[in-house]
Write a protein that binds this ligand. Structure first.
Ligand SMILES: Cc1cc2nc3c(=O)[nH]c(=O)nc-3n(C[C@H](O)[C@H](O)[C@H](O)COP(=O)(O)OP(=O)(O)OC[C@H]3O[C@@H](n4cnc5c(N)ncnc54)[C@H](O)[C@@H]3O)c2cc1C
Length: 456
């Protein structure tokens, strides 16, 4: 460690990690194995006061700054070569006030940490579907999951945040304090400062919910999708059904002959009375002749981890995503066309259902503007070996292009890859200009620019 890093080490309460440190390589790893970058310094923060110290050090030494929540971002924006990474992995405490139904959450918290803490009180708020994702990045981009139809996006449940801005000020952002900053961080990503605490509204959920999978033969994809489209038009908001098209994993409830074959899966989640849910989902069985199903009452926090085995860190990943306000026939045909030529065994296409509470929030209420999105599509290319990069990436790009004419406005910044810079303004649609103005106010020099960047 050089003299300057030693000085930094004396100023922060957390750890300073530099190349050569035994934990350096582990700490610089992120979810997407396509990203292999070597920062000059990592500040593993112990508390919020370490953040302004790290920012000053980076400025004084002309270092680029990145911020890492749980390192899940597909673009790898948590890390850069030769810069300073603010790492929150040790700040993952969640304090719950069950009376007020509030959670106060540190920025290194994963969704699994969060769900575990709030479910102790039978509470939850909408977050994503993979428990190792970070709540920080997820929230700053919008955040959606199984509870979104009923309770909105994660940001719709954000009450306040503690923010360290580019000049080192520590501010509260809420409807009443620095409301413009609060407007911007709800969807505007890491552009406006470093969040050191999130305060969320919680709702009674579970602890048992009804959830599971129905797996249909790929040959029945068109009939499943057209019936899905009809069914989701009138299904209550307690029910959320997603579509996944991929090769069948070796799930014990599927005949062995189906393992590794293309299938179309309905992933089903119902948050109301279990018996009522069973009645509501019965018609899904008539969508086709299912290979098998595994559905039942289970703890909410178990279902929140159900997809973890398919989404482990360390594989190569490339994503493309669109929002849809409706699923027209041509879009469905493209889905089937591309799901029929998956380039690797781990690639998948999923459609998540958003329709509900999120659509009732005006597009101008906060930075995230895609309030007409009823579905979100993610083309999830995933593979193991570098030699497969080209075929997996070109498949995802071709599919994205083929479905572009049917997409609705906006885009989900949390699913955007590094090269989509020109899509950022489109993602925020009519809110973009206001974001630029707020960026000028809080970060005129664009200190926080290694993200889906809003240029001041
Ligand atoms: C397997 C998987 C499943 C997913 N499922 C969902 C899902 O169901 N729903 C959904 O909405 N999204 C989902 N996502 C997308 C996810 O929301 C984004 O990848 C998000 O960026 C992850 O947050 P993170 O903190 O782990 O990311 P990181 O890579 O650590 O951070 C991403 C960026 O967020 C910003 N950031 C992070 N922390 C802070 C902070 N404290 N202050 C300021 N800026 C910060 C920085 O710009 C950083 O570069 C999923 C991602 C993966 C990989």
């Amino acid at each position: 460690m050089n003299h300057l890093n030693e000085q930094l080490s004396n100023l922060v309460q957390g750890r300073v990690i530099v190349p050569g440190d035994p934990s350096y390589d582990e700490t610089r790893q992120i979810w997407n194995a396509m990203i292999d970058r070597r920062p000059a310094v990592i500040v593993e923060c112990a508390n919020a006061s370490d953040v302004p110290v790290a920012l000053t050090y980076a400025r004084d030494n002309n270092l680029e700054i990145t911020v890492r929540g749980a390192g899940h971002n597909i673009a790898g924006s948590a890390i850069c070569d030769n810069g300073l990474m603010i790492d929150f992995s040790k700040m993952n405490h969640v304090r719950v006030d069950p009376e007020k139904r509030r959670a106060y959450v540190e920025p290194g918290t994963t969704l699994g940490d969060f769900d575990a803490a709030v479910q102790q009180h039978g509470l939850a708020t909408p977050v994503g579907i993979n428990s190792t994702t970070g709540i920080a990045g997820l929230t700053l981009g919008g955040g959606f999951g199984w509870l979104t139809r009923k309770y909105g996006m994660t940001i719709d449940n954000l009450i306040s945040a503690q923010v360290v801005t580019a000049d080192g000020s520590q501010l509260t952002a809420s409807e009443t304090e620095n409301p413009d900053l609060f407007w911007a961080i709800r969807g505007g990503g890491g552009n406006f400062g470093v969040i050191t605490e999130f305060e969320f509204r919680l709702h009674p959920v579970g602890p048992e919910i009804l959830a599971g999978l129905m797996v249909f033969p790929f040959e029945q994809a068109k009939q499943v999708l057209t019936q899905y489209r009809k069914f989701t038009k009138s299904a209550p908001e307690d029910l959320n059904v997603w579509v996944v098209m991929r090769q069948a994993p070796p799930l014990p409830f599927l005949p062995e002959a189906v393992h590794g074959k293309e299938v179309i899966v309905l992933a089903i989640f119902y948050v109301g009375d279990i018996k009522e849910g069973e009645k509501l989902i019965a018609p899904l069985r008539d969508f086709g002749n299912a290979h098998g199903e595994h559905i039942g009452a289970q703890p909410y926090s178990d279902w929140q981890q159900a997809f973890d085995p398919l989404l482990t860190a360390g594989q190569r990943n490339y994503w493309k995503s669109h929002n849809f306000s409706e699923l027209c026939d041509d879009a469905l045909d493209q889905l089937i066309n591309f799901a029929g030529k998956l380039p690797t065994s781990q690639c998948e296409i999923f459609i998540g259902q958003l329709a509900g509470a999120s659509n009732r929030v005006p597009a101008s209420a906060m930075a995230y503007s895609s309030r007409d999105a009823k579905f979100v599509l993610n083309v999830h290319a995933r593979w193991e070996h570098q030699s497969e990069d080209e075929k997996a990436i070109s498949w995802a790009r071709a599919f994205f292009k083929a479905t572009t004419p049917f997409a609705s406005s906006g885009a989900y910044v949390n699913f955007m890859t590094a090269e989509e810079g020109d899509r950022v303004s489109a993602a925020y649609d009519t809110n973009y200009q206001r974001l630029v103005e707020i960026k000028r106010q809080y970060d005129p020099d664009n200190l926080f620019h290694l993200n889906q960047n809003i240029k001041p």
